[in-house]
Design a protein. Sequence first.
Lengths: 342, 285
Amino acid sequence: MTATDQVQATTAPGTPTRQRDKRSAVQPAVYIVKKLLALVLTLFVASLAVFFSRFLVPGDPARFLLRGRSPKPEALEEITRQFGLDKPAWEQYLNWLGGILQGDWGRSLTYRQDVSDVLLGRLPTTLQLVALAAVFITVLGLFAGIAASLNKGFGDRFILITLTAAGAVPPFVAAIALVALFSVGLGWFPSFGSGDGGWDRIWHLTLPALALGITYIAMVARVTRSSMNEQLLREHVEVATSRGLTRGSVVARHVLRNALGPILTVSGVLVAGLLVSSAIIERTFGLSGIGQLLVQSIDRLDFGVVQAIVMVVVAAFVLVNTVVDLIQPLIDPRIAAGTESR
Amino acid sequence: MTLAIRLPQAGLRRYGSLLSPMAWGALAVAAAVVLLSLFAPVLAPYDPDYVDLNNVLAGPSGQHLLGTDALGRDLLSRLMHGGRTSLLGPTVVVIGSTVLGLLLGLVAGWSEGWLGKVLGRLFDLLFAFPALLMAMLAIALFGKGLLAPILAMTIAYVPYVARLAQSLVVAERGRPYVQAYRVLGFRTPWVVLGRVLPNLIPTVGAQSTLNFGYVLADLAALSFIGLGVQPPTSDWGAMIEESRGALLGGYILPAFWPALVVVLVVVAVNVIGEELSDRIGGKLS
């Protein structure tokens, strides 16, 4: 099954098969600068794509931006002025990009507020939700993966089958199932709202975070399992065992540490996936975060807000991937030196 | 001492012996769901949109095998008809992204110069846009429904196929048979399309099979949050959304059936995809 796991680990959606340039990166400074340049370039091209997506819609852009509202002449004039629609496309783009870099993200049509203010107001809920999901993913995913890899035979089969099933449950189905079981059935957790902060907040966010994380709990567990299995067969583990170290310390210091690389590699995908799926989960549980804002803004045809959120999620994905690339050599110096390819 | 060499059996029989019982089970589930959905107009016991307010939220019975929803509509019939929309989307996306991805991957893998590098960068960039996010951006641009997300997800899944095809082509390019064709003076398009492409199909097919499950889940999620298929068209995601009120009131079945079908189909597709990549992947991964 190891082969399967690796195929799975490298081809799940959002998992880019990253190419590592083996010749570069001999010197840390060169490695860091290269990664940062790639980051800036990717963000630049992504911003082009997000901005110019609007130009795919045929017809008058002012009328597009005001869809679903009564397009009075003064409103059309106002939107034309605000977005600079009468200017050439490249100038509109530069203004938009300049605005974003200076924290001016435009105004929301529905909220009649600055987009940045709307986003900032919604950010804490989403961050708390994603953070709690990340905790569940790390704890449950690592635990299940380690347990599977250390219990050969029935335990491994059982955990693996459970993981295959769990990995196939879409977050929105998990949300419904958790609500049916723990809110309606047992009444342990609330099914709606985000609570008052502190423990109440965590209590309210438990079911959403579990639903949000289920796919990735399975994914992290599978990656951990196959990565651990690979490490357990290595010579240095055998040496550590024959030196008489306890099983716990062999696993913690010699197996798990080396197994962390592939787990870290998937974390970029994980963050982006969590942010996107939070749109569905937040809506299901009535949490007013960025994800719910995205769905509402699509519903209410508030394109400026949609554009901003898409840009934020893409930027988060690219940033996390860069951070992962920069951290990995610290855990495993062979990556920067280009002697070990994962 | 005799030396027996077991040659692989020819044709389809070989695949029969290759698949595990679990994969056969998955194949049976998938086939059953596809057939029931495909022939829903003939097989479904009721009109999926027929409202019977005297018979709401009924449990399974002889008349309604799976029960009825909050409007008294027959759940089995809605499931079967909903399957048509729920399966159509992923089918279109998978076929589109596989064809496009194969083409781009072939070009990227075959050209050793700047073109391959540029395309590689493009695939990397597309990876930064999660499929669901791209679908939501498309809906914001072109309006609700299935068309916009299907187009967006087709593009979003291209890099998964293209990147794989590219790496496979790079590997094939160096193999003796390709060198031989080149030396013999065969034209490049003939070698690439006629001789290299068939070697990519199994691996790419495995990847695309896995993609089918992800796309199905994402499109169902979009319908669930009201951005995808619009009522009264039935769709598994939309059915779950419609049943939330009943669920909070303690009636689990109307939400349970579509959820079960979604999970069953995704599991079946994953099992088949993994089995395929297991069988052929040995030499690749």
